[in-house]
Design a protein. Structure first.
Length: 466
């Protein structure tokens, strides 16, 4: 991967920008906001997507496949994502021509341009929490600009340009780029060590969150329940820290969580209590909602109004998203790619599956994470799912590592009758369908391209029912 140099200057004036990897949810959102500013946009990605077609319909010049000829002659800035390789021909051509090459976080920093920024960070839950904050602000009549890492289901977009001075973003800790932003309110969902290939050590990872939080000019909203977040909170010097969660000493406390079906809960703050409910399942979403409510409170909104506004959240794409029902079997997709996320996704599914079984279709993400965490993945999958089908590793930006395949995860199961490693996708789809029965949930898990197997699974399950 290309490690961003966040110290490089960002052009003061950009009239034409080229995006390498424009089809991703975050990059396509950024590109759309550049179009909103009247900036000419071009870009490329390795495969076609709905996001790319949408940008093309708005006037962007998009290309499937990476080639040096895709780079326009008059481009002012080239925006890249860490998922591209250093040998990318468009990246190399831009460097040869002396064009400003900036990381996507720098492009986002340029877009923020001094507005009051709410930055949502954390190893897990930040896309959902960002979506909750944006949805709630809009529900109370605010009009924030926002950039999220996933599509907000009720809005159908991952980004939008608003008229208020508020700007809400999902801030990425994976490469340290969340330290670039001039944050007013920092929301930290949790601090679970990950991306140590960038940070180098657990201590450096935690220190990054401390620096991110202490730099917030207005407030820090942080989990009271997550051990890593508590460790970070203890190290903060910030004068205004607001904790949220189930802990008895949380400033914004959530209690009475009921997870059967859509989750319900009660939020407490300064002697007041307000009950609420969401249309999405899972105890983790009740806690995410408390974090979003805490953000609204720091922005000056009333507790009752904040809870009612957060209730409007209808989920984000690729977060427990239903894709179809065939032969009585429901097929869902979830972005979960870390053991903690897989645990939360499957726990949420358990609350709504009833008497049915859960069949996990898991695609390990990156060789480094699989090598480091295959035992943890196996433990969670075996404890939460009734059956698991493991695909091969989605390498993303990494080169293959000898001996690191999906078989590492399946081989770590204690009960081999509950797991099967199937590298071939059609065979995996056919096998998954063969073990499913009416009332079951099949859930694809991973942040790679595992969602692309869903049509094969649905076809294998049988024809569309009338």
């Amino acid at each position: 991967m290309i490690r961003p140099d966040l110290s490089l200057p960002i052009p003061a004036d950009i009239t034409a920008a080229h995006f390498i990897g424009i089809g991703g949810s975050g990059m396509s959102g950024l590109a759309g906001m550049f179009l909103d500013r009247g900036i000419r946009v071009s870009g490329s990605d390795r495969s076609d997507s709905e996001a790319m077609r949408g940008l093309a319909a708005r006037g962007a010049d998009v290309h499937v496949g990476h080639d040096a000829s895709n780079l326009p002659d008059d481009v002012d800035a080239v925006v890249f994502t860490g998922a591209i390789w250093p040998e990318n021909p468009e990246y190399l051509r831009a460097k040869e021509r002396g064009v400003a090459v900036i990381h996507r976080s720098q492009a986002l920093h340029w877009l923020v341009g001094g507005r009051r920024l709410v930055s949502v960070a954390g190893a897990h839950g930040k896309t959902t929490s960002t979506g909750m904050v944006v949805t709630a602000l809009r529900a109370i009549g605010a009009d924030p600009t926002f950039v999220n890492g996933g599509v907000i289901a009720s809005l159908g977009v991952s980004s939008g340009t608003g008229s208020d001075d508020l700007f809400v973003i999902e801030a990425d800790e994976s490469d340290g780029s969340f330290l670039l932003y001039d944050t007013a309110v920092a929301l930290i969902t949790n601090v679970d060590p990950d991306h140590l290939d960038h940070w180098g050590s657990r201590e450096a990872f935690y220190d990054g969150f401390v620096r991110f939080a202490d730099a917030a000019s207005q407030a820090v909203v942080i989990s009271s329940d997550d051990p890593g977040a508590r460790e970070v909170a203890d190290a903060l010097r910030h004068p205004h820290v607001v904790s949220f969660g189930e802990a008895a000493d949380a400033d914004v406390r959530v209690t009475d969580i009921v997870t059967e079906g859509p989750v319900s809960f009660t939020v407490h703050h300064e002697g007041r209590a307000v009950s609420g409910a969401l249309s999405v399942p899972g105890a983790h979403n009740a806690i995410n909602a408390a974090g979003a409510v805490a953000v609204l409170l720091t922005l000056g909104h009333d507790l009752e109004r904040a809870v009612r506004a957060v209730e409007e959240f209808g989920g984000t794409v690729r977060r427990f998203e239903l894709h179809g029902i065939r032969s009585g079997v429901s097929v869902y997709d979830d972005y979960a790619h870390h053991p903690t996320e897989v645990d939360a996704a499957l726990a949420a599914a358990r609350t709504v599956v009833g008497d049915g079984r859960i069949i996990a279709l898991h695609q390990p993400h990156t060789y480094s994470r699989t090598q480091a965490m295959y035992r943890e993945f196996a433990e969670v999958l075996e404890s939460r799912a009734d059956q698991t089908v493991v695909l091969d590793v989605y390498g993303a930006r990494e080169d293959p590592v000898p001996g690191v395949t999906g078989a590492l995860v399946s081989g770590a199961f204690g009960d081999q009758d509950r797991v099967r490693f199937v590298a071939d996708w059609q065979q995996a789809a056919d096998y998954t369908a063969s073990i499913a029965r009416p009332g079951d949930y099949i859930i694809t898990l991973g942040c790679g391209d595992v969602y692309r197997i869903i049509p094969q699974v649905l076809e294998a399950l049988g024809p569309v029912e009338d």
